[in-house]
Design a protein around this ligand. Structure first.
Ligand code: EPZ
Length: 430
């Protein structure tokens, strides 16, 4: 099993190019099968989840032509199989987007229930409620979601909870339903807006994405398009926190600063300097960092996907901080691992109370999920000594060439797959 081995202590300095947004791209790739014409998607992140979804789309008969690592052409006209129950699809959470896409276009879908990160129960009841409201008959049988409809009729849907996935999924299906659909209490994340823009570029009629009321007027057909995915605000934020933790000076390039406002606000609060440019943000951490309070919220609040990274930085900031996780019920699994590196964190229900320590010390840790894994790497970059992060396939689900980008900023980090390589690295850096 591959691992990252890290020697901490080097400040990260320099520039890093941010890739396309994984959570926008996963929905866009699914929506691409809603037309019989060829769709070209650029600025795809070349990460595990994307490649798994592309394999699943190919499995059901779509033409998938990988032009290069970051560009794909998809033609859904060859799809004959609406049963998506293959080894690929059960691995990822975003498999649920294929339900909305196939239901919208073919009025039927049979998709394996989603897998994904273990950060909570992650139900999809809001998705299924939305499909039913549009006129579909929805069942769960033998681990599959079965959805089919004679006709899909636009309607007024109020989401009991703000859900990114449910908002996007219902928006996709409604884009080919008859008549008007209104989604109230919709998620406002940048990737919701990106998927709406993508669908509109295919001829859909969606207004209000990015607000909590989205209005859709269904169309009969969608057509070809060429589309570039927005930059990944979570990848960008992860590098911004890595700069803070290592007292570095990092410019993240090819970003939309507005999408990073909550992260920038917190970095300023704890004592970093942050400079915004048109498509870049520079983070300088030259002074000692201090404590703050953070609560994860839906956009434009502080993103839950940045919660572990924030906690790692607060773990070596002066004073006592609190991090409240209000979106998922089990997103503090990294705390046990961080404690092995010397962190002083106590979790009570959905609040982590963090007493900052001078420094972390290197240790062997396991990545419990995607973002927590990235956060443990950040801790290793700031720690005294050697850290080995195991189960890095979680991290590679959402970060492209993570260790290469960090090494280019001055980090001493390598991907290894044996004890021998760890010893070799340790000798080299000592
Ligand atoms: C998306 O997950 C992202 N994943 C997550 O990113 C992200 O953390 C999350 O949005 C919140 O921003 C993808 O886009 C593939 P939700 P999603 O529906 O859509 C509850 C990462 O690290 N809920 O907004 O599944 C749910 O349990 C991943 O890239 C229901 O109760 O998140 C959670 O408590 C991790 N019923 C809350 O809503 C439903 O039907 C928000 O979930 C759906 C969700």
């Amino acid at each position: 099993m591959d691992e990252y081995v890290i020697k901490g202590g080097n400040p990260l300095v320099g520039e890093v190019e941010i890739g396309g947004a994984k959570n926008a791209a996963l929905a866009i790739l699914s929506a691409a099968v809603m037309t019989d014409e060829t769709v070209t998607i650029e600025n795809l992140p070349n990460v595990g989840d994307i490649n798994v979804l592309l394999n699943a789309i190919k499995e059901i008969g779509a033409r998938v032509d990988r032009v290069d690592a970051h560009t794909v052409k998809i033609n859904g006209s060859f799809i004959r199989d609406f049963n998506v129950d293959n080894e690929y699809i059960r691995k990822i959470r975003a498999s649920y987007y294929l339900i909305g896409a196939l239901l919208g276009k073919y009025k039927r879908a049979e998709v394996a229930l989603p897998g994904g990160c273990n950060i909570g129960s992650r139900p999809i009841d809001l998705h299924l409620k939305g499909f039913s409201a549009l006129g579909a008959k929805v069942d769960i049988r033998h681990g599959l979601v079965l959805a089919e409809a004679e006709r899909l009729i636009g309607t007024h849907i109020y989401l009991d909870k703000v859900s990114v996935g449910a908002t996007i999924n219902i928006m996709m299906t409604a884009s080919m339903a008859e008549g008007k659909t209104i989604i109230e209490n919709a998620a406002k994340e940048p990737h919701v807006v990106d998927v709406a823009n993508f669908l509109n570029s295919m001829g859909a009629n969606i207004r209000g994405a990015g607000t909590d009321v989205i209005r859709i007027v269904g169309v009969e057909k969608l057509h070809k398009t060429e589309y570039s995915v927005i930059p990944d605000q979570i990848e960008a934020g992860t590098f911004m926190f890595a700069a803070a933790a290592t007292k570095g000076d990092v410019t993240v390039k090819n970003v939309i600063p507005k999408h990073l406002e909550a992260t920038t606000a917190k970095l300023l609060e704890i004592g970093c300097e942050v400079e915004e440019f048109d498509d870049a943000v520079r983070v300088v951490a030259s002074k000692p960092l201090h404590h703050t309070q953070v609560t994860t919220l839906t956009y434009p609040g502080f993103p839950t996907d940045m919660q572990p990274q924030m906690a790692v930085v607060l773990g070596i900031a002066e004073g006592t901080s609190t991090v409240t996780e209000s979106i998922f019920e089990n997103r503090f699994k990294y705390v046990d691992e961080l404690t092995r590196m010397g962190a002083k964190i106590k979790v009570e229900s959905n609040i982590a109370i963090i007493n900052g320590v001078e420094r972390y010390t290197g240790a062997r840790v396991n990545a419990p999920d995607l973002r927590a894994g990235a956060a443990l790497v950040i801790a290793g970059l700031a720690a005294d000594g050697i850290t080995v992060v195991d189960d890095i396939y979680y991290i590679e689900r959402g970060y492209e060439e993570f260790e290469k980008k960090l090494a280019a900023l001055g980090a001493m980090i390598e991907k290894v797959s044996s004890e021998k390589e760890i010893q070799k690295f340790t000798l080299k850096v000592s």
